[in-house]
Design a protein around this ligand. Structure first.
Ligand code: F6P
Ligand code: MN
Length: 320
């Protein structure tokens, strides 16, 4: 099995980007260790703080955020850092070549129940003419991403990443400490009957989304024998979809604050959309390609549907 470094070199990834990826991954190994220690390390449970989105921060969220922020700020290659857990962009090095955004621990409601959680990250080229500590650095569409990935802390720790080419999967080998290529190219089948959606939100959806689900669940022959698989961790649901197909969705709803759903564009939707597209799937928001959205806010939310092309297109054709 090939080591990550060799794969990245063979893929023609530039040396600086390889070094930055390695810096991020070194930190995720430390996060993986803390996650594996669970209650033994006293890191479960909540802090008394809320993040900018009003979510109570879990201790592990805060630790993972601090670890990633500190290492990235220390790296001369990095101009600016953004995180789900930071209100604003954080300046690192005015001459840095890249900017990095991350969700330190996606699926944090799973932390206390030993469920799937993961770190999502994305790398863009830095804007030369924008100050290093400005949110403006991240006003770039997802098509500008030079690398997107996540580390899933499950029974094994897995890295799923694309540097523009195929979406590849690596397994963290605890015996030598590195990531080994275990699935060289993930391919999302175009058809699937598996759905990841929080059905309990049905009453809050708009009428067309409800109509879609009424058809799907009660009348559609095409989707007879559909199954729902929902993790409450987007990173885990998307991982299943990248491995065997299916659809993840988080539509907009009528609850206060959820006018654009719950998923954040910068560090959730965009990186996972890039991984999905580079594995042959599609990712849309209100019928538009997610990667083409021009962002206007660091923590902007977008309705999301992504995965196998046929059911995603079917959803968009009915709802939009
Ligand atoms: O980060 C947002 C998130 O935790 C996703 O990982 C997950 O898919 C979603 O929220 C779960 O939200 P809900 O509990 O509303 O279904
Ligand atoms: Mn998240």
């Amino acid at each position: 099995m090939k080591r990550l470094n060799k794969v990245l070199k063979e893929d023609g990834v530039e040396t600086d980007l390889i070094m930055l990826i390695r810096t991020i991954l070194a930190t995720t190994k430390e996060i993986a260790f803390r996650v594996s220690q669970g209650e033994l390390a006293g890191v479960l449970g909540s802090t008394l703080n809320e993040n900018i989105q009003g979510e109570v921060q879990k201790k592990l969220d805060v630790i993972a955020n601090q670890l990633l922020k500190d290492t990235l700020i220390d790296d001369d290659l990095v101009k600016t850092v953004a995180s789900e857990e930071e209100d604003n962009a954080v300046g690192a090095h005015p001459e840095g070549k890249y900017i990095v955004a991350f969700d330190p621990l996606d699926g944090s409601s799973n932390i206390d129940v030993n469920g799937q959680i993961g770190t999502i990250f994305t790398i863009y080229p830095a804007k030369v003419d924008v100050p290093y500590d400005s949110d403006e650095q991240f006003n770039q569409p997802g098509t500008n991403q030079v690398c997107a990935g996540y580390v899933l802390y499950g029974p094994s720790s897995l890295l799923v990443m694309s540097t523009g080419g195929p979406t590849r999967c690596y397994t963290h080998d605890l015996t030598h400490g590195g990531f080994l290529l275990t699935k060289p190219e993930l391919l999302v089948p175009s058809k699937s009957r598996e759905f990841s959606v929080n059905m309990a939100n049905y009453r809050y959806w708009d009428e067309s989304t409800q109509v879609y689900f009424d058809k799907l669940l009660y009348t559609s022959e095409e989707f007879d024998k559909s199954s729902i698989r929902y993790n409450a961790a987007m990173v885990g649901d998307v991982h299943r979809i990248l491995c065997r197909g299916g659809v993840f969705m988080y539509p907009q709803d009528t609850r206060a604050g959820n006018e654009n759903g719950k998923i954040r564009l910068l560090y959730e939707a965009n990186p996972l959309a890039m991984l999905t597209e580079n594995a042959g799937g599609i990712a849309t928001s209100k019928g538009r390609r997610i990667l083409d959205i021009q962002p206007d806010d660091l923590h902007q939310r977008v309705p999301v549907i992504l995965g196998s092309s046929e059911p995603v297109n079917y959803f968009d054709s009915i709802v939009y």
